[in-house]
Ligand binder design. Structure first.
Ligand code: FNR
Length: 181
């Protein structure tokens, strides 16, 4: 299963980016995870959709279209999805009629400094994905936190139950894909 994954944090020592690296390391050989970057996306501007659609958005859109599944890893900013992640999703979903998420199996997860572990951000993200007609995994829910209790100082995931949840999440994503074959 070919999976494209990206994180909504641009921070160098991001827990969410670390979570994504850990997911890739834990994945079984049949889950081939490619980590994409959204750092260079310009701010969304509908005036550019036809005349100057960004190459970075086109490249990610094509990777999502070609993938068997997508993993989105989101921090929670002010009880919602970080602007950088929403901005990237807005770009790849446009122009109208070219949305690569339609019917696409998607797994979402996130880690935060707080105890509810990005639950509200993920709920907002889920609404956008529903609009985009994605086939979003419902269970397991991956609301992870507090980050400091799950990771070592050098950003290795030390919590075995979180590792187990990540493995279950990937299995659920596979199951979504198999249902579609
Ligand atoms: C946060 N943080 C945060 N945490 C949370 O649980 N709920 C929230 O609504 C917010 N809001 C918020 C806003 C902004 C602008 C920042 C910078 C931070 C704290 C957040 O969980 C923490 O900084 C994480 O470490 C961010 O994820 P990364 O960058 O480590 O992946």
């Amino acid at each position: 299963m070919n999976i494209i994954a990206f994180s909504g944090s641009l921070r160098r020592d991001s827990y969410n980016a670390a979570l994504l690296r850990e997911l890739k390391a834990l994945a079984r050989p049949e889950h081939e995870i490619e980590i994409a970057e959204i750092r260079d996306f310009p701010l969304y501007d509908q005036d550019l959709e036809q005349s100057a659609y960004p190459a970075v958005a086109q490249a990610l859109k094509e990777k999502i279209k070609a993938a068997d599944g997508v993993v989105l890893v989101t921090p929670e900013y002010n009880r919602s999805v970080p602007g950088v992640l929403k901005n990237a999703l807005d770009w790849v979903s446009r122009p109208y009629g070219t949305n690569p998420f339609a019917q696409k199996p998607v797994l979402i997860m996130g880690v935060s400094g707080g105890k509810i572990g990005t639950a509200i951000a993920q709920s907002h993200l889920r609404e956008s994905l529903e609009y985009l007609d994605a086939d979003t995994v419902g269970q397991p829910e991956l609301y992870l936190g507090p980050a400091k209790e799950l990771f070592t100082d050098d950003l290795a995931l030390k919590d075995d139950s979180t590792k187990e949840l990540l493995t279950k999440g990937l299995a659920a994503l596979s199951h979504r894909k198999e249902r579609r074959v």
